[in-house]
Design a protein around this ligand. Structure first.
Ligand code: MN
Length: 613
């Protein structure tokens, strides 16, 4: 019988440890797991086991019980001789694996060798062959393959999000690095917390964007820089942790440019981190929203996909980025749904923001927050944020800010600065053509992102000749369609005068314009408005295009506040079902069909009360 004093150390063997991590003479805690005629088997961790010969047993052994054992010998054949010890006073010390831990970014220098590492499981995908685990640590992300039999889930005890210890052989196939797993097991609570903290700290630093100046001089953008850096860091971190990113954008030229800038940066960063050849397809999605806000229809579709992908492909829930929409009260129902699923949301937008949305966002860049206005378009913000995500894409995407500026008719001084920046390859007339080609093509793409076609229109694919031809063709088609629409509807425009003296032009786009074809009612009203502005140069003009249950408002030279009018109408006419919004001077309003005459009459009265510029 052995004895020990209270300075005795009892060792607890970490799960990643092997036989080489134990020492003869030391005392360990272990769990009784089986019996033989000659003694009991005791596990020192999940894989290292020894035998307490019956001559060394001091108590009555029950399976699952923890006892203390001294290692008396480690034999050449791997058998471990243990002796049971009884101690009442001791201190416990954790034994961690002494093996050199490899980081994921170093795997390419370890091809053909066995590596050990601790990391997080970001995704688990079952193939018809092995199970593919996407691993993430502070340095990068790589795949690991586990195989029991074809199509059967390997390591079923490991679930997505687990901190694990992994060992396996590094293989290289077709330029792809992959670990072929020998072992993978979840870490204990304490170990997991340490590894998580280690990864988190390093990722925080790694996600921090480079300190680069803005592309142009701009006071407003300068003030937005901290928030844009925050957004870039959040998106970078999502890429580093294999969290899918979904960018939802308004389906116009500005919205497309802002989202495509982010797409270019994220795809470049994903490819830099060198994962599967198609990782950029399942880890990044871009989707246009018809309405200038995140509709219930959109979030429902997004949640449907995200929850399926989570079940089918073991993906994390996505990070949602809203651009050129997402900053008004109308976005709230969708944001609340995202919150139920714990989906983080980012907004960068130049619509007049309602403060309440910030309750649901992890970041929000908006020129109105810093004294700017919609002249700083979403496309400008998108290009600046994209450069922070991946500086490598700057040259490829800087014309997107200029296209967005002309597409959204920015009157801010920044417009010209972005145009000057790319004047060589993308003079203003070409930027305008690209913007109208985008609007035209998106109309027919409907809910699709048209990833490669849109890249062609934006000169982002290699074939410049094709881009040029495509843009020219689309512009021509778009102009023809607009001319046809204008010729049809101009004779039906009715002129009135508002109380403040501004011209008011009314057009029933439902009965006096082509339907279900380009240009849609909003665009039609805009084109009519432009012509009327030219015909009444220097005078205040409001154009109201309306259908059975909606009206689209365009104005010049009058200080309207459309969101305010919508709020007041809604209060005054509870039976009219009013809602809508948009920018201060450009927007749309919906109502129930039976209340159209009185809603429009009241709206016209209200417009007459706003001052002329
Ligand atoms: Mn916009």
């Amino acid at each position: 019988m052995s004895s020990a004093d209270n300075a005795t150390i009892i060792y607890r063997l970490g799960n990643e440890c092997e036989i080489s991590d134990i020492s003869t003479g030391k005392i360990y805690s272990g769990v009784i797991e089986g019996f033989a005629n000659f003694g009991s088997f005791v596990y020192l961790n999940d894989s290292v086991k020894g035998l307490v010969h019956k001559s060394n047993i001091l108590t009555t052994h029950k399976a699952g019980e923890t006892i203390m054992v001294r290692v008396n010998a480690i034999r050449n054949n791997g058998n471990i001789d243990l002796e049971e010890i009884i101690i009442t006073s001791y201190t416990i010390e954790q034994v961690s694996c002494k093996k050199r831990q490899t980081r994921l970014c170093d795997l390419k220098t370890r091809v053909g060798r066995t590596v050990h590492l601790t990391c997080q499981v970001a995704q688990i995908k079952q193939t018809s062959g092995p199970t593919i685990f996407t691993l993430v640590d502070e340095s990068g992300t790589e795949n690991a393959a586990g195989f029991i039999e074809a199509g059967k889930r390997a390591f079923p005890e490991v679930v997505q999000g687990d901190m694990v210890s992994v060992s396996g052989e590094v293989m290289q196939r077709g330029g792809q690095i992959q670990i072929e797993l020998n072992d993978m097991r979840p870490l204990s609570c304490e170990e997991a917390a340490l590894v998580e903290q280690r990864i988190e700290n390093a990722l925080h630093e790694r996600a921090e964007p480079e300190d680069i100046p803005l592309l142009i001089q701009s006071d407003v953008l300068q003030l937005l820089r901290p928030e844009m850096r925050k957004i870039a860091a959040q998106i970078r971190k999502a890429v580093f942790t294999a969290q899918p990113i979904l960018v939802r954008h308004h389906a116009d030229a500005d919205g497309i440019c802002s989202a495509v800038a982010i797409e270019q940066a994220v795809v470049s960063l994903i490819n830099e981190s060198g994962k599967d050849y198609d990782a950029d397809y399942f880890l990044f999605k871009r989707a246009p929203s018809k309405a200038p806000f995140y509709e219930i229809e959109d979030i429902t579709r997004d949640l449907d996909y995200a929850t399926r992908d989570s079940i089918r492909f073991g993906q994390k829930m996505p990070l949602i980025v809203l651009t050129d929409n997402g900053s008004t009260e109308e976005d709230l129902p969708s944001m609340k749904m995202a919150e139920v699923y714990g989906i983080p949301m980012i907004v960068f937008d130049h619509h007049h923001p309602d403060e309440i949305v910030d309750t649901y966002l992890i970041s929000h860049a908006n020129p109105y927050h810093v004294g700017g206005d919609f002249g700083i378009t979403a496309g400008m913000l998108g290009v600046e944020i994209a450069r922070l995500i991946s500086p490598a894409v700057e040259e490829r995407i800087k014309h997107l800010a200029a296209v967005a500026a002309v597409g959204d008719r920015s009157a801010a001084p920044e417009r010209q600065r972005y145009l000057d920046l790319v004047a060589g390859n993308f003079p203003e007339p070409l930027c305008k053509e690209i913007a109208s080609a985008l609007d035209y093509e998106q109309f027919y793409l409907r809910f699709n992102d048209g990833r490669e076609i849109i890249k062609d229109i934006l000169f982002l694919n290699e074939n410049e000749k094709r881009s040029r031809e495509l843009v020219q063709l689309l512009v021509k088609e778009s102009e023809n369609a607009i001319e046809e629409q204008i010729r049809t509807c101009m004779p039906h425009v009715e002129r009135r005068e508002l109380d403040n003296g501004a011209h008011l032009f009314l057009l029933d786009v439902e009965i006096h314009a082509h339907k279900f074809t380009f240009p849609p009612p909003g665009k039609t009203s805009g084109e009519v408005h432009d012509r009327l502005c030219r015909m009444h140069a220097g005078q205040p003009v409001v154009t109201l295009g309306f259908g059975p249950d909606f009206a689209v408002l365009r104005s010049r030279g009058i200080l309207l506040n459309i969101p305010e009018m919508v709020r007041n109408l809604r209060e005054e006419m509870p039976g009219a079902g009013i809602n809508g919004g948009g920018h201060l001077v450009v927007g749309s309003i919906k109502f129930v069909e039976g209340m159209r005459e009185s809603a429009l009459a009241r709206l016209i009265e209200m417009m007459g009360t706003y001052p002329i510029e």
